[in-house]
Design a protein around this ligand. Structure first.
Ligand code: CP
Length: 310
């Protein structure tokens, strides 16, 4: 592959390779000197036109740990605010002879457009409500590390499915790897055609579904994308769909909790569940973000294998 824009272009073998490469980088990352020369001489542009904590910081760390040069670019500090087009912006960056653009943008489809304009490798770091493929891969990695498998795991994805680019990548990625996926949401927070995502089941009752799940994947209520008064209200949402301490009794003893972050504490998750020492994989997901992004940079740019084999 040259790009990571649409996870549906990746096979289960491709995803296995990514997970195993991330595992190799776990060993690198746990050394005191965490840096390897695998991508020395490559230049990557981090173009973040929307806010980010996890994705941006983990890409930057991944780039440093692989010894590539990176340029942080985007948002209100660029000449985009003077009216420069995306096309001219990308052509300008490419004049520096860069090797890759990692892009986050509120407009769905921008990563593909940049790939067409630039001719360099592109990673989608989240585009509008469309996809967020590295998030899906880090989720798979955390779940795979925890259970030792992905196939036949029962995963429930709970909440704001309709606005979720995480879902746009995670549902197909889980299906490619043989998991069973249930979407759990009020009808108002589902897309018009939820079946188009490819999940096995759709339900509006968290309490009915919870007892069967191995992984309870809580989505963030995207207040910034809700137009007008949200329905249900945040309080109603918490009562019906919040993963609260009281709901733990419905969960399997072995079930774990995931969330892509940032968390709305007290809305989709209470503190007890978000910080649950046995069940919460949330900080493990954050750590997996560096490993999986190292793997993607390495695989897409064709790094030097010797530097990670010892
Ligand atoms: N999960 C995620 O994409 O978080 P950020 O928006 O902080 O990058």
């Amino acid at each position: 592959h040259k790009h990571l824009i649409d996870i549906r272009e990746y096979s289960s073998e491709d995803i296995q390779t990514i997970l195993h490469t991330a595992d190799k980088f776990r060993a690198v990352n746990e050394r005191r000197i965490k840096k390897v020369p695998a991508l020395r001489g490559f230049t990557v542009v981090n173009m973040f036109n929307e806010p980010s904590t996890r994705t941006r910081s983990s890409f930057e760390l991944a780039e440093k740990r692989l010894s590539c040069d990176s340029l942080n670019f985007g948002g209100s500090s660029t000449s985009t605010v003077k009216g420069e087009s995306l096309e001219d912006t990308v052509k300008t960056l490419c004049a520096y002879k860069i090797d890759m653009i990692i892009v986050r943008d509120k407009r769905a489809g921008v990563p593909r457009k940049i790939a067409d304009i630039s001719g360099v490798s592109v990673i989608d770091a989240g585009d509008g409500k469309h996809q967020h493929p590295t998030q899906a891969l880090l989720d798979l990695y955390s779940i795979w590390r925890h259970f030792g498998t992905l196939s036949h795991l029962k995963v429930g994805i709970v909440g704001d499915v309709g606005h979720s680019r995480v879902c746009g990548s995670l549902v197909p990625a889980l299906k490619i790897m043989g998991a069973h996926v249930t979407l759990i949401a009020p009808k108002t927070l589902l897309p018009a055609y939820p079946e188009a995502l490819g999940a096995d089941e759709v339900t509006s009752s968290l309490d009915d579904a919870l007892g069967d799940l191995d992984v309870v994947y809580m989505l963030r209520i995207q207040r910034e994308r809700l137009e007008g008064a949200p329905y249900p209200s945040l309080r109603e949402y918490n009562l019906l769909y919040g993963l609260t301490r009281e709901r733990e009794h419905f969960m399997k003893d072995t079930a774990v909790i995931c969330h892509p972050g940032p968390i709305n504490r007290g809305v989709e998750l209470d503190d007890y569940m978000a910080d649950h020492p046995q069940r919460s994989l949330i900080l493990d997901q954050v750590y997996s973000g560096v490993l999986v992004r190292m793997a993607m940079l390495y695989l897409l740019l064709g790094g030097n294998d010797e530097s990670i084999s010892h």
